[in-house]
Ligand binder design. Sequence first.
Ligand SMILES: Nc1ncnc2c1ncn2[C@@H]1O[C@H](COP(=O)(O)OP(=O)(O)OP(=O)(O)O)[C@@H](O)[C@H]1O
Length: 602
Amino acid sequence: MNRTHNDVQPGPRAMHSDFPDNLGLNPQTALLDAFFPGFSLLSTALYRYSRIDISVYFPTLIVLGLLTWASSYVSTWIKDFMDKHLMSTADIRIDDEMYNMVMAWVATQKFAKKSRRFVANTNLNSRMWWLFRDYGDDDDEDDISPRGFHQEKEKKLQFTPSFGTHYFWYKGRPFVFSRTQDRNQGSWGTVSERENISLSSFGRDPTLLKRLLNECRAAFSKNDENRTIIYRGGLRKGTSEPTWTRCSTRASRPFSTVVLDESVKQSLLDDMSDYLHPRTRRWYSNRGIPYRRGYLLYGPPGTGKSSLSFAIAGYFKLKIYIVSLNSPSMNEENLGSLFDELPKRCLVLLEDIDTAGLTHTRDEIQVDDAKPAEGGPGSTTTVVSNDNSSGRLSLSALLNIIDGVSSHEGRVLVMTTNHIEKLDEALIRPGRVDMTVKFDLADTDIIITIFRAIFATLDDDIPKPAKSNEANNCSAKKTAGLSEATKEEVRRMEDEEEEAKALEVKRLAEEARITELGKRFAELVPAKTFSPAEIQGYLLKNKREPEMAIKNAEVWVKNTLMDKRKKAQEEREKEAKEKEDREKAKEEKLEKGKEKEEEKET
Ligand SMILES: Nc1ncnc2c1ncn2[C@@H]1O[C@H](COP(=O)(O)OP(=O)(O)OP(=O)(O)O)[C@@H](O)[C@H]1O
């Protein structure tokens, strides 16, 4: 269909525009065509079919566009200005424990619960593996299914607001919780690791914001009551920065569950209580004595050294900081930095110090092959070289860190070892080790105690039935005064008391029976032959049948002794072979040396 100029009737909204004629000539349209290629074609088509000349509206569109652009610019500028000058902001690092604390707090807030776009989690912790905490995972209160199986409690779902800005009120002031995707982060993190969170308060005074962060921490720490928190020293992931990272928490182990000579336990407790008493710090500083204390727990494997360390931490509510000296990254600098970061009151645990890289890394000016002499600690010191050139930890470096200026005052240092005789005397001299506790293989008393600990019924083993209302009323009336009780009620209360007494008598009888069985068991197990861990392991296999444990004890003893002898024999052979190889290598080295010298001479 060919339309001419005369055919075109000006549309109602483009009365003054002679569109087709002007199209090619109109400088405005030409300009637009230059910026938006195809504009003239589009506008002609639009005009032809709808009689709307959009070029008339162009100035308005430009103004609107400019306004939109300006408003977004202005709003960004206002936001930046407010952020910079009128708000206080705390950026929370995802690789810090604070992330877990803030998220746990946020999940309990109304604004998070109301959020229409949210993240559903079973675990609110940072995705960084080392910040995962396991409380709740080992919750004791799992359900028992109707069929009697142990059923893991389903984890509660937690909801946190999705990416974006979320507003909420805290103590009457507006706050902002912002969760954004971190696009700049390197590719080492998983998708869920790449995020940033921040909390901001309106106003230049950050006091309330800090109070909120402290509240997050306090709420989080409440979950840690009656638990022992364990930190491990190492390098922060992807960096060479040494740091302590929280690796797990455990229900605090009651001190009473560690079987050890009661007098030794008591003196350890007294010593530590005295050291950790708030006044002791001043006592030390008044006398110019460094305020720190070291303990060495030694004895064969499986005798309770680690268990005692954890029990001590639980008893005194200390966090445990474990560092593996075997780790290749644990050089003087890194260990020093870790010790610098220790909190004022904590327990530092250096486990199996004799096997720590320490003895291996020191250049060995060998003494009489690792065979312990009778003389006790230090008498056959394997090594002494304070060379630190290998980049690994040397003895002198460790000593410096233990008692140097960088060592944090107020900490409790616990070292454990299976071979005290292999340790350098310098490491365990008073000042570095103030108390040593010897652990031994189980004697008769310990065997009986372990037996009783496994088979005796403890109060917490059986869930207590809730007191019936009737019973509650009864006891209430009892306390309110007997005069109000009817004769029948009084009789019922008496019956209940009788029942409780009968139960107590039964409990005592059961206890006596278990002790008797324990004695019979101890007669079958030779004293000072097995570690408590070995005995416990055997008894646990029969944990509901003490009689069965006694019945099979002789066979177990026989088999275990045979295994032990076999292992010891293998160990001896291995050692002999290693010794032989070492000597051979030494001889070869000497030979080669001689040959070289001869060559030189000739
Ligand atoms: N004296 C003890 N009292 C109570 N439990 C003990 C004792 N000794 C060992 N056990 C039990 O044996 C297991 C191992 O104990 P633990 O790790 O404390 O031994 P250890 O001496 O530190 O061993 P290792 O030298 O191999 O590190 C734990 O389950 C612990 O409960």
